[in-house]
Write a protein that binds this ligand. Sequence first.
Ligand SMILES: [Zn+2]
Length: 262
Amino acid sequence: MLKFPKAYYEHKQVTAAEVEVPPAELVNQIADEAVATDSPTADIDKPSEVAQRLDTSWLPFAAKTYKISADLNDYVIVNIPICPSDIPNRNGVGFPLAELIAYQPPPIARLTYKAWTGCPVHLEHDNEDHEKAIGVIFDTSLRVMKGYGKDKHYVVYGLIGIDKKKDPETAAKFASGAMNTGSMGALADYFTCSVCGHRATDNQFTNCAHIRSTKEVNWRIMDIDGRKVVAFLNAHVLSPIEYSCVADPAWATCLTEMVLAK
Ligand SMILES: [Zn+2]
């Protein structure tokens, strides 16, 4: 069942028409600039480095909101992938690079992938109540996915903090490496077909021939003009909301995401 954080659901006002993605010819250039900009802090994996190299002055305030610790030393810090660009997940939803690097107007007011910073960390997408958070995302960074797709795919990494006091069990699993995967949560304003670009809705009868309903798992390999292509949904106008620790991630590369249609 899809869930929305109540606060977000009630207040999100940005509409698709207000967000423009960068033109295709500039997307990789902007992404490479973002990778370079992030690189000085992309390798952080210790609480001491978080304190030295990032602005965490907001943590005491986030702590009050999420009911988590205000002390950085209470966190297990892990730097892990939260979302690849352009590759569909097991639910058949892909996140175009152009969307991840688009600078959005308020209330996002930053590059989209940067907006996971400050979002809560939950267990198993139990995200309706932000006071159930077990941690927080300290930072995100964009990296090139080396050796895949001619280095034209990118991965958003999250600097995830799990509160040892709020959830000792999960924190211990991440600290020992027994758990090192999760699943991001984001809202998407709309979806399009990866093959023909048509807008997709929850009504399968009005959609194009390549995909089904936005409510169903949507990926399949199709033979189009003698060419094998993967048909899936591209998500547009993303609003990051959370990262979840999950026991059973099914993404082939240990990445899963959950995307909610608004
Ligand atoms: Zn189509």
